[in-house]
Design a protein around this ligand. Structure first.
Ligand code: ADE
Length: 234
C-alpha cells in the first residue's frame, strides 16, 4: 500500500481536503494511507515556536531545522528506511503526469510543506530527495502543492480508480488534450450535441474526437502539439 506522510503546520487542511471524493474512497478501501505529521508537535521550546529570523537579515521568518528533522525522524523510525522526501517549492523541477506515474511506484513518500519565507537550507540538504514545483506561480505554503501531487499520484496507484474511471481516454496520454464530452439532453439552451455523437457510427465518432483533440491542443497548448507531431513522426 502507498503511504503519504505530510510534514506540515496545518494537518487539518490537508486531511480535510484529501479525505473526500475518489482519494477519500481509496483511503477507506485501503489502497492508500495518508498521514499528516504536525511539525509543531516536535518543537523543543515551550512556546511551540517553529520559525526564527533569517541570518543576514531580510523580510519574513525561516522555519527552523530541528522540529522538521525530528518530525521526519519520527517517520523514519517507523518505516525503518529513508523514504523519498519531496520539498514543495517554486524553485523545484516542474511536476508532470510522467512524474506522477513514477512516484506511484513508491511505497512511502514524505512531503515537506514549507511556510513563511523558507526553510533552513541545512535540513533540506539532510532529508530532501526531490525539489518539486507545481507551476510558475508562488503560493503561501506547500500544502496545496502537496495535495495536488497526492491527488495526481494516487490516481496512478492500482485499484484507486474504478475500471470505468481509468478507462477514460486520458488528457496527456499521447500529448493530446481530451475531446469535449456531452450528456443528456440532446439540446440545452438552444445548443445541440454534435450530430456525429448521436449517429452510433463508432469509426466516425473516433475520427471526430481525434480531430477535436488536435484542434484543442493546437489552440491551447502549442507546446504539447509539437510533441504530438514529433511522436506521430511528422
Ligand atoms: N510553494 C509555494 N509555491 C509553490 C509552487 N508553485 N509549487 C510548489 N511549492 C510551492
Amino acid at each position: 500500500m502507498t503511504t503519504f506522510y505530510i510534514l506540515t503546520l496545518f494537518p487539518e487542511m490537508v486531511l480535510d481536503g484529501l479525505h473526500t471524493s475518489i482519494i477519500g474512497r481509496a483511503v477507506k478501501n485501503e489502497h492508500l494511507r495518508i498521514e499528516a505529521v504536525n511539525i509543531r508537535d516536535f518543537t523543543t521550546n515551550k512556546h511551540g515556536k517553529v520559525d526564527d529570523y533569517p541570518y543576514g537579515g531580510g523580510a519574513g521568518m525561516v522555519m527552523q531545522a530541528q522540529p522538521i528533522y525530528d518530525a521526519y525522524q519520527s517517520i523514519v523510525a517507523r518505516i525503518e528506511k529513508r523514504p523519498r522526501t519531496i520539498y514543495l517549492t517554486p524553485k523545484g523541477e516542474t511536476f508532470s503526469q510522467t512524474k506522477a506515474r513514477k512516484l506511484a511506484q513508491e511505497e512511502n513518500i514524505v512531503f515537506l510543506c514549507g511556510h513563511y519565507e523558507g526553510v533552513d537550507e541545512r535540513v533540506l540538504e539532510e532529508i530532501v530527495t526531490d525539489y518539486v514545483s507545481i507551476g510558475d506561480y508562488v503560493l503561501t505554503g506547500g500544502e496545496l502543492p502537496a495535495m495536488v501531487m497526492i491527488d495526481a499520484i494516487s490516481r496512478m496507484v492500482p485499484g484507486v480508480l474504478s475500471n470505468q474511471e481509468s478507462g477514460e481516454t486520458e488528457t496527456f496520454h499521447n500529448y493530446l488534450l481530451e475531446y469535449p464530452q456531452y450528456s443528456r439532453p440532446e439540446e440545452w439552451m438552444g445548443r445541440k450535441v454534435p450530430e456525429v455523437l448521436l449517429s452510433g457510427h463508432h469509426k466516425n465518432i473516433e475520427k471526430w474526437r481525434l480531430e477535436q483533440s488536435i484542434r484543442l491542443t493546437k489552440e491551447n497548448r502549442p507546446d504539447l502539439y509539437e510533441k504530438y507531431k514529433e511522436q506521430e513522426g511528422d
